[in-house]
Ligand binder design. Structure first.
Ligand SMILES: [Cu+2]
Length: 180
């Protein structure tokens, strides 16, 4: 399952709410560019702030990133999982998402409305870098570079192939220079 971060250059996750049973891998694709984004686990009752640790377990946090992909594994589909972007002002502009949010009560729409209500009062957060683990969904690795997320896994493979080609050409070029 794929979620695009900052899709279309907007302060959104797309899709912003997904239904994902246990074992679902959700891969977030971060765009290239000057504006970093994050996928930071939040708490419905305290929008635009990282969720408090539960039983010694912190919420997941990608850290502020560009041009990476990052995967969460859903481990508790019985509770909704809320997340937001901690890049300054983004959450208050409504850059939030959810996994398995209910259709009534604490819905995605209610979560986003609560974030927008925080708006300009949003507190700037420190970037403490990637946090693996998570509550109800866990990251097992830090973000990894992509080609910018425009073409997903195949793009990453293409980038790998072209990088290898560049290395080969570089070696050939170096050899030629030595011969010359
Ligand atoms: Cu953002």
């Amino acid at each position: 399952m794929r979620i695009d971060v900052g899709a279309g250059g907007n302060f959104v996750f797309n899709p912003a709410n997904v239904t994902a049973p246990n074992g679902t891998l959700i891969t977030f694709f971060f765009p290239s560019g000057d504006i970093p984004h994050s996928v930071t686990q939040g708490d419905f009752s305290n929008p635009c702030q990282p969720i408090a640790a539960q039983g010694g377990q912190n919420g997941f946090d990608s850290g502020l990133q560009n041009s990476v992909q990052w995967t969460l594994n859903v481990t508790n589909d019985q509770e909704p999982i809320y997340f937001f972007c901690k890049s300054p002002t983004h959450c208050g502009l409504g850059m939030v998402g959810s996994v398995n949010a209910p259709s009534t009560g604490n819905t995605f729409d209610a979560w986003q409305a609560a974030a927008v209500k925080v708006g300009a009062s949003e507190q700037t957060l420190q970037d403490n870098g990637p946090v693996t683990g998570g509550i109800g969904a866990v990251a097992t690795a830090s973000p990894a570079a992509t080609s910018g997320g425009s073409s997903g896994t195949s793009g990453a493979l293409q980038l790998g192939a072209s990088s290898a080609l560049t290395v080969i050409l570089g070696v050939v070029g170096g050899a030629m220079m030595l011969v010359a």
